[in-house]
Design a protein around this ligand. Structure first.
Ligand SMILES: Nc1nc2c(ncn2[C@@H]2O[C@H](COP(=O)(O)OP(=O)(O)O)[C@@H](O)[C@H]2O)c(=O)[nH]1
Ligand SMILES: [Mg+2]
Length: 445
């Protein structure tokens, strides 16, 4: 990973807009700008964090009027010299400014490379770098707040703390290794074990936020499922607030799955409308039914919709935490055969039962687990994988200690746990991890 060249990219989305921003980061940022910038102040005399008006020009003349801001290393987003150029937001204009920067010695930045430099320059740990992307992708207030908390270092600090304690414990154990004949005496053994258990518990608390972290980042996969004509597409449209799916009294109208994200009290809910669950001789509809089953298998939550005004058909009603039953068309009355059933009395036509449904979804997601509302961290899948390893190794270390194995065993296990925690914040050598994380970023961030 080279840090000594200067990278450039368009940091705003490609397309037409009032303005666009290009970024240039690296030791040659100012000297690359000098031959193509004409303004009141020349780039080598720029004052950090002051905006300068001028022109970007090539041999043929003016390309655009721009505002340029200079951030001097190390006080910039990347930690390197950084220049931000605001120009007009046309596709051609931004492209020409970028081409000029590249022609003058900048290299096109890879996805996420600005943030990667910030990490490599020690401006943030890996969890904070990941939070930058979470923040950009956040679709609800709650997801945004969680990203902000992670960016502020809540998760990173907790992990740094855990790592510090682990290091002390490890040093303690390793002190014994220097005296080959000594076993860890029982008193010390008890103290060490208590510490290891306390560390296990702290990691366990973080692990418990993994489900919510996944929901906040990727949405709650919610499949609308049920027999044809029950009102599944009507429900999707009602929840979305516009007519996305075709509603019709012809059974089998919906053939493909339709996916849209809605916001229920801050929880991003990925709604998936499906073809009705029934046997069909129509080839296209059968394919729809097959896809429906696939969606149901992968769902976090299944909203099962039935026509509550009619007697239950031979349709299996599933009642557990991952299923919500909706007795739709209650405006036509609820059939007496449903009277024992706990399903939500609902009407897409009269919009009744919505509040009940929202509350049920909220309860299922937030449930009796950590309260989403006051949660300051929600780990992602990568954190979860590393922390699970760390926890397993701590458990193994504790066991070795109790079984009075030689201190070398305990030390190896604690060292493994230390590495796993270090990998989450990027404290240990993790070139392939970096590659994976930053390739998910957008260009220019
Ligand atoms: N009376 C009444 N009719 C409804 C209600 N919800 C949907 N429908 C009607 O039921 C039919 C089937 O609806 P649709 O959403 O296409 O069902 P799907 O096949 O399950 O997607 C349409 O004619 C809708 O207008 C409701 O709450 N009350
Ligand atoms: Mg439908």
């Amino acid at each position: 990973m080279a840090l000594d060249d200067t990278i450039a990219a368009i940091s705003t989305p490609i397309g037409e807009g009032a303005l666009a921003v290009l970024r240039l980061s690296g030791p040659d940022a100012l000297s690359i700008l000098t031959p193509i910038f004409a303004g009141a102040i020349s780039p080598e005399r720029f004052i950090p964090r002051c905006v300068v008006f001028g022109r970007i020009q090539d041999a043929g003349g003016k390309v655009d009027e721009v505002l340029v801001t200079y951030f001097r290393a190390p006080n910039s987003y990347t930690g390197d010299d950084l220049v931000e150029i605001s120009c007009h937001g046309g596709i051609l204009v931004t492209r020409r400014v970028l081409d000029l920067l590249l022609a003058n010695g900048a290299r096109m930045a890879d996805p996420g490379e600005f943030t990667q430099r910030a990490f490599l320059n020690g401006k943030m740990d890996l969890t904070q770098a990941e939070a930058v992307m979470d923040l950009i992708r956040a679709q609800t207030e709650l997801a945004l707040r969680s990203a902000h908390d992670q960016l502020a270092g809540h998760l990173g600090n907790e992990l740094a703390d855990i790592r510090e304690l682990l290091l002390t414990t490890l040093a303690h154990v390793e002190a014994y290794i220097d005296f080959p004949d000594e076993q860890i005496d029982p008193d010390t053994g008890k103290t060490l074990l208590d510490r290891i258990i306390a560390l296990e518990n702290r990691i366990e608390r973080l692990l418990a936020t993994a489900d919510q972290g996944r929901v906040l980042r990727h949405g709650l996969r919610t499949v609308i499922y049920g027999p044809p004509n029950a009102g599944k597409s009507s429900l999707l449209n009602l929840l979305l607030g516009y007519d996305r799916a075709i509603v019709s009294d012809v059974p089998g109208t919906t053939r493909d799955t339709i996916e849209e994200v809605i916001n229920i009290r801050g929880i991003p809910v990925r709604l998936i409308d499906t073809a009705g669950a029934r046997e069909s001789s129509d080839l296209l509809e059968s394919e729809g039914v097959r896809r429906t089953q696939q969606q149901v298998d992968q769902a976090d939550l299944v909203i099962q919709v039935v026509d509550g005004s009619k007697a239950p058909a031979d349709f299996k009603v599933l009642e557990d935490r991952s299923h919500v039953l909706i007795l739709n068309k209650s405006d036509l009355g609820v059939h007496s055969r449903w009277s024992e059933c706990h399903g939500i009395r609902f009407s897409c036509r009269e919009r009744t039962g919505l509040e009940d449904l929202n509350q049920t979804i909220w309860d299922r997601v937030v449930g009796e687990k950590v309260k989403l509302g006051d949660m300051r961290v929600a780990i992602n899948a990568r954190h979860q994988a590393c922390l699970q390893i760390a926890k397993d190794l701590l458990v193994a270390g504790g066991r070795s200690l109790q079984e009075e194995k030689s201190p070398e065993f305990v030390s190896i296990e604690l060292r493994g746990a230390l590495d796993a925690v270090g990998e989450v914040i990027g404290k240990i050598d993790t070139e392939d991890v970096l590659g994976r994380i930053f390739s998910e970023f957008c260009i220019g961030k």
